[in-house]
Design a protein around this ligand. Structure first.
Ligand SMILES: [Zn+2]
Length: 142
């Protein structure tokens, strides 16, 4: 899967820690994953040390397709980094094969006037550097 650029280099970057590092390592390989409890199968994102369903501390990672639909969104007219194109869209994506997990990200490649809740979307990777790839979403091409 290729990468495109949508946001400037000066965008604030996510901070990886011991809990979220596997997510970002998979992202750097253009694999979108959700954390899955090995005790009960509950999936979660963002990653957390304890399963909110059964309190197990054991988990693995499930790779998902990156397809989903817009659960909700907001259109932002103020920049958070120099050189940023406005407006931009922050959305919550309901991921279709992730056990009910929703993910906060950006919608790209779409005129905000044409957005709607339920819009089918697909994953697109944005390589911000050699190490950091961020999952964004755009209207599905299917
Ligand atoms: Zn569990």
């Amino acid at each position: 899967m290729t990468s495109e650029r949508f946001f400037p280099d000066g965008m604030p970057q996510p901070l990886a820690d011991a809990i979220t590092l596997p997510f970002w390592q998979a992202a750097s390989e253009h694999r979108l994953v959700v954390q899955r409890c090995t005790g009960c199968g509950h999936t979660r994102l963002p990653p957390a040390p304890i399963c909110p369903s059964c309190r197990s501390g054991h988990s693995d990672w499930k790779e998902i397709s990156g397809r989903g639909e817009v659960y909700t969104y907001t259109v932002v007219h103020r920049p958070i980094a120099a050189g940023q194109q406005l407006p931009f869209v922050i959305a919550i994506i309901a991921l279709e094969d992730a056990g009910g997990v929703r993910m906060i990200s950006n919608l790209v490649g779409v005129d905000p006037k044409h957005l709607s809740i339920g819009l089918p979307v697909e994953l697109v990777w944005e390589d911000m550097s050699g190490e950091l790839s961020i999952p964004r979403f755009r209207p599905a091409s299917r």
